[in-house]
Design a protein around this ligand. Structure first.
Ligand SMILES: C[S@@+](CC[C@H](N)C(=O)[O-])C[C@H]1O[C@@H](n2cnc3c(N)ncnc32)[C@H](O)[C@@H]1O
Length: 342
């Protein structure tokens, strides 16, 4: 064993049956191979307490529920920060899985908050975690730090969209799960095959697809106990550029929450990194404001130039009309004189 298993993961009939449903395929934010990989991981490790962060319509929730259907005592806990489905705000987060599954005690769904707002209420250690949220920093870096203390020894972590940055030119910021795939210690699993390009058909970025994918877009890590002593690997990544900013109040609450689980030196690191990122945010906003007022000034200058040109044209026309009138009068006098002298 050298730390990486590249695995074939086909042949799960229940998964293939689900994938025959076109409506399911449309809302699931995973390719068929990624779905089969997720199934393979569940069947291989047989987790009992599953945690999913990032529900959307509930595509991956439905897959996980199907995979644990016959596993006695296995329960899925799903968290999403949005109450409403982020692609269609007229629907609730998880609506699709709820409709398909109906009422079940195998699924507990929590929406409207970040992981730290729920973790203590579960009173559980999770042996399986799927992270599929923002894919941009700080995204899953913070999600992972929030859930890691609640993961059992040798739990399995699945990261989705580990190669999102390779899918389309405008997605090059979506590196977070690739970073985690490298930073977290443990035995790693990736699928052997993967579609060259996959993205839900309605996605606006489709036009910028790159035609080939160089690495799979999903991976799993059977977490090694050594991670406890290497958690700096994850905290350190927080200093990389952030592409969105959770509310300042939430960042401070996350800091308080992390204090309960990590050594003081990591909290100091977290706080100084967050302060740094907030300063960068302020500078970026200032640059954006300056750029906006520069553009506004340019637009005003163009408007003024246009008015000057108009005034110039009007003034010249008046002058021209005046001169023409004078010339006509003079010409009339000349004509009169000429007629008289004849
Ligand atoms: C890519 S979608 C999830 C797709 C879903 N796992 C599937 O395969 O069908 C991402 C979801 O994560 C949610 N989200 C984003 N950031 C989050 C965070 N930090 N914590 C919880 N949910 C988050 C979004 O509201 C969205 O519903």
């Amino acid at each position: 064993m050298d730390g990486l298993t590249i695995t074939k993961c086909t042949g799960y009939t229940e998964c293939q049956q689900l994938l025959q449903d076109n409506e399911f395929k449309e809302i699931l934010e995973m390719s068929p191979t990624e779905a089969e990989f997720l199934f393979y991981i569940i069947k291989k490790f047989n987790p009992k307490n599953l945690l999913e962060i990032g529900i959307a319509a509930g595509g991956s929730s439905l897959l996980l529920l199907e995979a644990i259907k016959n596993q006695k005592d296995a329960v899925l806990y799903s968290i999403d920060c949005c109450n409403l489905y982020y692609r269609d705000k007229s629907l609730k987060t998880g609506y699709f899985a709820k409709r398909k599954i109906g009422s079940t005690d195998k699924w507990k769904i929590y929406t409207g908050g970040l992981a730290y707002e729920y973790m203590d209420t579960f009173d559980k250690k999770f042996d399986f975690v799927l992270l599929d949220t923002r894919h941009m920093n700080p995204g899953e870096l913070l999600d992972f730090l929030m859930v890691y203390p609640y993961m059992s020894e040798n739990a399995v972590l699945v990261l989705h969209d580990t190669a999102m940055h390779t899918l389309a030119i405008e997605m090059q910021r979506s590196i977070t799960n690739c970073l985690l795939m490298s930073a977290i210690n443990g035995e790693k699993y990736i699928p052997e095959t993967y579609e060259p390009v996959y993205f839900p058909s309605k996605h606006p970025t489709e036009r910028l697809h790159v035609n080939k994918r160089c690495v799979p877009n999903i991976g799993a890590i059977k977490i090694d106990n050594k991670l406890k002593n290497n958690i700096y690997n994850v905290f350190n990544l927080l200093s990389l550029p952030w592409y969105y900013f959770p509310e300042t109040e939430k960042l401070s609450e996350i800091g308080t929450f992390l204090q309960k689980h990590y050594d003081k030196k990591y909290i100091t690191l977290y706080e100084s990194t967050v302060n740094y990122q907030l300063q960068v945010k302020t500078i970026k906003e200032e640059i954006k404001n300056t750029e906006n007022s520069y553009q506004q000034m340019k637009r005003e200058i163009i408007k003024m130039k246009n008015s000057i040109n108009k005034l110039e044209r009007e003034y010249l026309k008046k002058e021209f009309d005046g001169l023409s009138e004078k010339i006509e009068k003079l010409q009339a006098s000349v004509n009169l004189i000429e007629r008289k002298s004849i």
